[in-house]
Design a protein around this ligand. Structure first.
Ligand SMILES: [Fe+2]
Length: 324
């Protein structure tokens, strides 16, 4: 559903309008005016976000990392820093809070996920800013986590109930040092914010992870049991995890799911259930076709996100801020 920046009284606070697109009708000309407008409308913008799960701001005076930082700051979220996170994506910081979305090569699809849901530390909001679109492709995929939950529960009631009850554990291979050719290319030093193996072990211990060092000094780590389905306000249940990204995108997991995923009781997640989850998410997805200057604000619990591959010579640049 599309709304005009001067007609926010038209916002419907309906869960059916995904995403809510708010277009500057020309009345907001400067960044200061945009910040003031956000401040005046903060309560209703956040209410709309809590209903639909994603807002897209189009045509606002945001054109680089610094103006995006300022625009996003007007929403008054607490900053969630990339350094402190356990993210294993390779990224570049542009301001204190703005960084590149994912430095994975353009032919690599980034599959749907809730941001950092494969770790115990995750942001509540993820914002994306398109500084430059790609020549072709490169849409950000958005998918409602509550709708996916409802469809999975209808299609696979027993396995979904088990997933909700016992949770999930992820097993990841973390390289020794960064590897820029992968969507999960951050090494264990960066992922865990440590320098030595002893410090890494201490950090893993504090997180409740189990681990094994490999002969090439990479790390095989298994998380503690994490929730895969969560209950929000009004008993709104959401599929909140990295199951799709792990199954489709992590090396070797599609062929052998237990390499990356298992139920929280240690039992295997059947492949047909994983295929069914991916098919349901696929049919539920929305491709956000970026325009230069677009800013999206996504509730990390209500919507998953991903990235389509892209082509052409133009360097696509999408930047990110995480909030709490
Ligand atoms: Fe992400």
């Amino acid at each position: 559903m599309t709304y005009s920046s001067t007609m926010l009284e038209d916002l419907e606070f309906s869960q059916d309008n995904f995403p809510s697109i708010i277009v500057n009708d020309g009345s907001i000309e400067t960044l200061d005016q945009a910040r003031a407008w956000i401040g005046e409308n903060l309560a209703i913008l956040k209410k709309e976000l809590s209903c639909t799960g994603a807002l897209l701001f189009r045509g606002f005076p945001v054109n680089d990392a610094v103006s995006y930082d300022s625009f996003f700051s007007a929403f008054e979220y607490k900053n969630f820093t990339y350094e402190e996170s356990l993210s294993n994506a390779v990224r570049i910081n542009y301001t204190d809070q703005v960084f590149s979305a994912n430095e994975a090569p353009k032919h690599v699809e980034i599959y749907l996920h809730n941001e950092m849901a494969q770790t115990p530390i995750f942001p509540s909001v993820i914002s994306l800013f398109c500084e430059k679109t790609a020549d072709s492709g490169g849409a950000t995929i958005l998918c409602r986590s509550d709708v996916v939950y409802q469809k999975i529960a209808a299609a696979e009631p027993q396995l979904t109930a088990k997933l909700a009850e016992v949770g999930i554990q992820y097993t990841t291979r973390i390289s020794n040092g960064d590897n820029a050719d992968s969507a999960q290319g951050r090494g264990w030093q960066g992922t865990l914010s440590v320098e030595t193996k002893a410090q890494a072990e201490e950090k893993l211990d504090s997180l409740g992870y189990s681990w094994e060092w490999q002969s090439d000094d990479s790390l095989l780590a298994q998380t503690k049991v994490l929730p895969a389905i969560k209950s929000l306000e009004n008993d709104r249940k959401v599929f909140f995890n990295q199951i799709i990204a792990a199954y489709q995108g992590w090396q070797g997991v599609k062929e052998n799911p237990s390499r990356g995923l298992c139920f929280g009781d240690g039992s295997e997640i059947p492949k047909h259930f994983l295929d069914s989850i991916c098919a349901i998410a696929d049919e539920t997805s929305y491709d956000l076709m970026w325009q230069d200057g677009d800013v999206a604000v996504v509730d990390n619990h209500i919507a998953m996100h991903g990235r389509r591959p892209y082509g052409g010579d133009r360097v696509r640049r999408v930047l990110v801020v995480l909030g709490l």
